[in-house]
Design a protein around this ligand. Structure first.
Ligand SMILES: Nc1ncnc2c1ncn2[C@@H]1O[C@H](COP(=O)(O)OP(=O)(O)OP(=O)(O)O)[C@@H](O)[C@H]1O
Length: 251
């Protein structure tokens, strides 16, 4: 465990991101400030196209911000100071990223797909696969370890992608719509798994979601609109889920 002085899994100040040049330049993130606390499940919500995926991709180091961002610290690392190779290493070690597209490797079995993050870390294939079977069990797919991804439903593939993001016990889990393809029961199982991660004071979960069924699992909900964080709700016994979020929000 690194220096635990910071209570933040991520701290962002004055973050801007644009795509394109000249007259086709699109300013997508506009001076974003955001904190993701350790020990929390933070949810990021907002209408389609407001910049949520762009923001989490920058936090996960798969996308670079515009120059001049004041602070982009993830797990005590200033991402702007790391080389591209160092960011890739940092991500492999510390972040479990679940994409909207599940990015499973079609020629590998589920157990092999889930093993990948451990193999990258140098863990032996046999040990990695045993752990993969355990994590597949946790997401309710223990009996499908030898199947190929194309034999699964969308929801099952999503659970495999979640197992792959959890297997190396990263300190920060970042996911784009993790429950979109899941029924209520499996959505609940996955949120309980994320809850176990976030109950550890040194770890955190950041979820982009439109799924208001899972809002009650959040410790903090940050609402984005047009490239900005416009509201932050801390949810605890004294501050329950606001009425407007209980019934979803406008997209
Ligand atoms: N690589 C890119 N090149 C150009 N424009 C992009 C790129 N990636 C995203 N954008 C644009 O940035 C804006 C924000 O996209 P983003 O995917 O971050 O939104 P979002 O809030 O995650 O949307 P959704 O909820 O629909 O997934 C959109 O207008 C999108 O078209």
């Amino acid at each position: 465990m690194s220096d635990a002085a910071s209570p933040f899994a991520a701290r962002v100040r004055g973050l801007n991101k644009s795509f394109g040049d000249g007259s086709s330049r699109l300013h997508v993130l506009k001076d974003v400030d955001m904190d993701v606390r350790l020990g929390d499940i933070t949810m990021l919500i907002g209408p389609s196209g407001c910049g949520k995926t762009t923001l989490i991709s920058i936090l996960a180091g798969t996308l670079k911000p515009d120059p001049g961002t004041q602070d982009l610290t993830v797990l005590e690392q200033d991402l702007q100071k790391l080389s591209t190779a160092a960011v890739t290493r940092f991500r492999a070690q510390n972040i479990g990223f679940i994409f909207q597209a599940f990015n499973l490797i079609p020629t590998l079995s589920l157990a092999e797909n889930v093993s990948v993050p451990l193999l990258i870390q140098g863990v032996g294939a046999r040990t990695a696969e045993k752990k993969a079977r355990d994590v597949l069990e946790q997401v309710g797919l223990g009996d499908r370890a030898k199947s190929r991804p194309n034999m699964l439903s969308g929801g099952q593939q999503q659970r495999v992608a979640i197992a792959r993001a959890l297997i190396h016990e990263p300190r920060l889990i970042i996911c784009d719509e993790p429950t979109a393809a899941l029924d209520a029961k499996n959505g609940q199982v996955i949120m309980e798994l994320f809850g176990n991660v976030a109950r550890s004071p040194d770890r955190a979960v950041l979820i982009v979601t439109h799924d208001n069924r899972i809002f009650p699992h959040a410790d903090r909900i940050a609402a984005m609109d047009d490239g900005r964080i416009v509201e932050v709700h801390d949810i605890d016994e004294g501050h329950p889920l606001p009425e407007n979020l209980r019934h979803g929000f406008h997209q």
